[in-house]
Write a protein that binds this ligand. Sequence first.
Ligand SMILES: [Zn+2]
Length: 325
Amino acid sequence: MAGKKIAIGVDFGATKIMAAALDKKLNILSRVKIRTKAERGPKDTAERMASLAREAATSAGFDLDDIGYVGVGAPGPLNPEEGVILSAPNLGWEKVPLKKMLEADLKVPVVVDNDVNMGTYGEYVAGAAKGKMLVVGIFPGSGIGGGIIIDGKVIHGASGAAGEVGHIIVDPGGALCGCGRRGCVETVASRIAIARDIIAAGIRGQSPYVMEHFGTNMQKLKSSSIAEAIAAGDKVVEQIVRYAARMVGLAASDICNTLSPDCVVLGGGLVEAMPDLFLKEVYKGIQDFTMPAISPYVEVAVAQLGDDAVAVGAAENARIFLKEE
Ligand SMILES: [Zn+2]
């Protein structure tokens, strides 16, 4: 970013896109947001994303010439070297060269990487996992995303798609997963899986608060509604969520036994709504299922950057990728 003053970090999600302007110390100078509207197609979305990046700069009081580079965290699987989204089922997109499209529009270098990798990286550079050696990020929400960082490097693996923690199998032959296999931890512990079990309990008469306030509509049962039902005394709902969190710990223990991380960082909608419950149960799950030689070294922490994590991680990742100062 020689001579340039700011970087732009973009969090490209299925429902909204957020762009932030950051200075060289990763302080956020502005944040701007739009709805994604991916159904309008990649070209329209890329154009609006480029406009949003410009707006982030101007609303921080800078000119477009001040932008050094842009980092984007996008849904995957994707090819981070070429910045191509290979297939994003929740956008309905396949083989979209997002990096090229944005560079043609913005005339600055753009780096695109997986959104959960970037969220994990953001926590590593400026949040709950700052300065750790080996970081595993787990983000339970409507699915379960993950990211792995070793000695400061985001791990992509041979396929580019490393870190898919949500698809560790904890229940062979269990429920069908979005990936086409059965029994992934996502089918047991994502918000959708938890909502499914809570609604089944409601039909049996075991979650009265949920039935009264949210009914059997899975869409209405957001992470905050689940937290609300537990606070209101729905005991079976609490049991369901505690079990789900413990299963996240079971999945995490497979990675702990393999890689021996010093930090597992938890984020995402469910964790934001119920941080204490998730921290405690995931920690217990890891302690129960990880080898005694390894488990004492694993710290479990709740993400600190919230909605900023992906933008911060994407901006810093772009700096490293482009070998900027
Ligand atoms: Zn799966």
